[in-house]
Design a binder for this molecule. Structure first.
Ligand SMILES: [Zn+2]
Length: 364
């Protein structure tokens, strides 16, 4: 049942901000129009039945020239559901710089055509390796790769957007992440396959972005976790970060698909507006994991009556059973002919904000 206005296919005005969140059920991507026809893309989502990332489909549908309009692409972390198709995006957005968590040593990743990384999250790593290769092969190294961590300032101000900051990962999380990735890659001594790492949690090193604008600030939470040990890690480290703007957010992309483990009470207390902030969330369904849970939804509803999810109808994608996977894929294919992918579009200007959504998007 449609309960939001249809997605507006006219490009945003020059002085209008847009925050679009895509999340068909597996995968997440955020697009921000920062003003003046310039776009920031955070993560990439490409459903199996899509020929290209949803961000490209969407920008093309508005006749946006991706090659010049997309200035920055951010990979918050290397989980498959956040980077699928990101190399395609980087190739199409030929003037963009590529921003990623300092916890990843892109130069150390094996070339995409070399031995595939047989880790649990191999395709995520492969996507980043492809990006690194594109940059290496670019004309005189014109394509920029930019590792960021807590306190890095991104973008130059444009239109209504004043500042964009990376608020994570913390120094402690960067160190851990580098160690974990190194251990997950094939080495000369262990060869491929022997790369079991006990505490491999790429979410802990996820990039959180703070966007200061004339119309309220935006907090993009990535998949950053809260329930990790140490005040110097995760959301606690974001709270303690100095010398960055700390305006409470009017717009908040909720971290890690609404899961309890990413919910930091201090964030709600200090970094999100009290009065009905606009909360955005994309679900995650894979195997037996389905986020948000009913109790997650209840918890989020208590924070605001302006909470939205990209889709209310999610079919968990089974990882192991090939027959089931194929059937689900066929169902999705069939559905994709009828339904737009899960999408929430927030347009903001001096008069206020409005939210549009695809067929299955809804207010919580
Ligand atoms: Zn995720």
């Amino acid at each position: 049942v449609r309960n939001l206005q249809k997605i507006d296919r006219r490009p945003p005005a020059s002085d209008e901000i847009e925050i679009s969140l895509f999340g068909p059920g597996y995968g997440e991507s955020v697009l921000v129009h920062v003003g003046g026809g310039r776009w920031l893309v955070v993560d990439s989502c490409q459903p199996r039945e899509s020929a290209q990332p949803l961000a490209l489909d969407y920008l093309h549908s508005m006749n946006v020239d991706v090659s010049v309009a997309v200035k920055t692409i951010v990979a918050t972390h290397w989980h498959d559901d956040h980077v699928r198709g990101i190399a395609t995006l980087f190739e199409a957005a030929s003037q963009s710089e590529f921003v990623f968590s300092s916890s990843i040593d892109l130069a150390a990743l094996p070339a995409a055509t070399d031995t595939p990384v047989a880790s649990k999250f191999s395709s995520g790593i492969d996507q980043l390796a492809k990006v690194a290769k594109l940059a290496r092969n670019s004309d005189k190294g014109s394509r920029k790769l930019r590792p960021v961590s807590a306190g890095t300032r991104l973008l130059t101000p444009s239109g209504p957007v004043r500042e964009v900051w990376a608020l994570s990962p913390s120094a402690a999380d960067v160190l851990l992440g580098l160690k974990q990735i190194a251990a997950s890659l094939p080495s000369a001594t262990s060869g491929p396959g022997v790369r079991r790492v006990a505490s491999l949690q790429p979410n802990d090193t996820s990039v959180v972005l703070g966007v200061e604008t004339d119309f309220g600030s935006i907090l993009l939470g990535g998949d950053l976790e809260h329930r990790i040990a140490g005040r110097d890690r995760g959301w606690h480290a974001v709270m303690d970060l100095e010398a960055v703007p700390t305006t409470p957010a009017r717009f908040f992309k909720i971290p890690h698909h609404g899961s309890q483990g990413a919910d930091c009470p201090e964030v709600w207390e200090h970094r999100v507006e009290d009065e009905n902030p606009v909360l955005l969330l994309a679900p995650f369904a894979r195997g037996s994991v389905l986020l948000p849970t009913d109790s997650d939804l209840e918890r989020i509803r208590r924070r605001s009556t302006n909470a939205f999810r990209t889709t209310a109808r999610v079919i968990p994608l089974q990882r192991r059973d090939r027959t089931t996977t194929r059937t689900i894929r066929e169902v999705r294919q069939y559905r994709s002919n009828q339904f737009e992918p899960g999408h929430i579009q927030v347009r903001v200007d001096s008069r206020g904000w409005r939210v549009n959504g695809s067929m299955q998007a809804q207010r919580l």
